[in-house]
Design a protein around this ligand. Structure first.
Ligand code: 8YV
Length: 327
């Protein structure tokens, strides 16, 4: 008689080769329609599952953990894990893992893409052209902000922040300033050519401010009306971190009143819903949470989440843990 294989749930559609890899070890329930399951359905499907492969959209909290006593591991296919109540998972003896590193450079590339598109008004001018408004070239048409040689501010200086700093400093000759909970060591600062400053100074000096900090209750609305008021009227703000770090209503108002020049947003409070005021202001570039979206990177993230599942359920190891529950 063969021993029963652990049952695992994959909550969203994932590359077939990653599912095949999981099926070598486990009984795998998949989500081929890629529906975002309502909470009750998620709880029902998790019954009897030893592990879940999740994306940022599934909330793993006290109530879910109480309702799913067989769960041993939740492997998030993302570096951010603000969908986890880590303390509750640790209390329930549930291991959590995330998917860091594999997305760093791709996400930093996109941070720069959004910065460039925002500063140089790429979306706004394309909409103008597509709408048939381009009747003649003009000297002062769609004047944007300088990128090369400007001051790049970075709030949150983890791996992705450092990737953006390197691109700015080495590629575009930008002066790089940053603020972070803790200061980087001297060697990393030198490599990124980045100078540590207080948050107020970062807000006041940055020509382009990129947000790359994790979402925590402390970082909720880290950029609100008061912070926007400190920024230069010519500045651009880029958010590739998480919705909720920026007060989107306050930002929409600042953009409409041109208290800052422009914003580029890949993440939103309450996404996939976008604050309606952001949809009507012209000086904002909006993208649907795609910073890590290249085939190679998303494959790498999915493989890492799957490898965490395999390592934990077959050998009791975890490659990229986010907590250390007692076993
Ligand atoms: C993911 C992300 O695409 O890794 C993260 O934290 O925000 C994105 O790269 C998304 O969360 C998928 O789970």
């Amino acid at each position: 008689m063969t021993a029963q294989r652990p049952a695992v749930l994959v909550t969203r559609h994932v590359f077939p080769e990653v599912i095949d890899k999981l099926r070598e070890h486990f009984d795998v329930e998949t989500n081929d329609d890629d529906a975002v399951w309502p909470r009750e359905e998620l709880l029902r499907r998790l019954q009897g599952k030893a592990a879940a492969f999740t994306t940022g959209s599934e909330r793993i909290d006290e109530a879910l953990l109480q309702a799913c006593p067989d769960l041993k591991l939740v492997a998030n296919m993302s570096v951010g894990y603000n969908n986890f109540d880590v303390d509750a998972m640790t209390r329930h003896g549930v291991q959590g893992s995330n998917a860091p590193d594999v997305l760093t450079e791709t996400t930093a590339d996109f941070g720069f893409a959004l910065l460039m598109a925002t500063a140089r008004r790429v979306s706004e001018s394309e909409h103008f052209l597509r709408a048939g408004h381009w009747h003649k070239w003009a000297v002062e048409m769609f004047l944007g902000a300088e990128v090369h040689g400007s001051t790049l501010g970075i709030l949150g200086m983890g791996r992705i922040g450092q990737g953006i700093a390197r691109r700015g400093a080495h590629g575009f000759g930008m002066k790089v300033i940053y603020h972070n909970r803790s200061r980087l060591d001297a060697a990393t600062e030198a490599e990124c050519r980045a100078t540590y400053v207080a948050k107020d100074e970062l807000l006041r000096q940055a020509d382009h401010l990129v947000l790359v900090l994790p979402y925590t209750p402390q970082n909720h609305h880290a950029i609100g009306a008061a912070e926007l008021a400190q920024m230069k009227p010519t500045a651009t703000l880029i958010n590739i971190a998480r919705g909720g770090i920026v007060d989107d209503a306050a930002l929409a108002q600042a953009l409409r009143e041109q208290r800052i020049a422009a914003a580029g947003l890949d993440v939103f409070e309450g996404e996939p819903t976008v604050h309606p005021d952001l949809l009507t202001v012209p000086n904002v570039v909006l993208t649907p949470h795609i910073a890590s979206a290249t085939r190679g990177t998303r494959l790498g993230m999915a493989h890492l989440a799957a490898d965490n599942l395999i390592a934990y359920l077959t050998r009791g190891e975890v490659l990229t843990p986010v907590n250390t529950p007692a076993r």
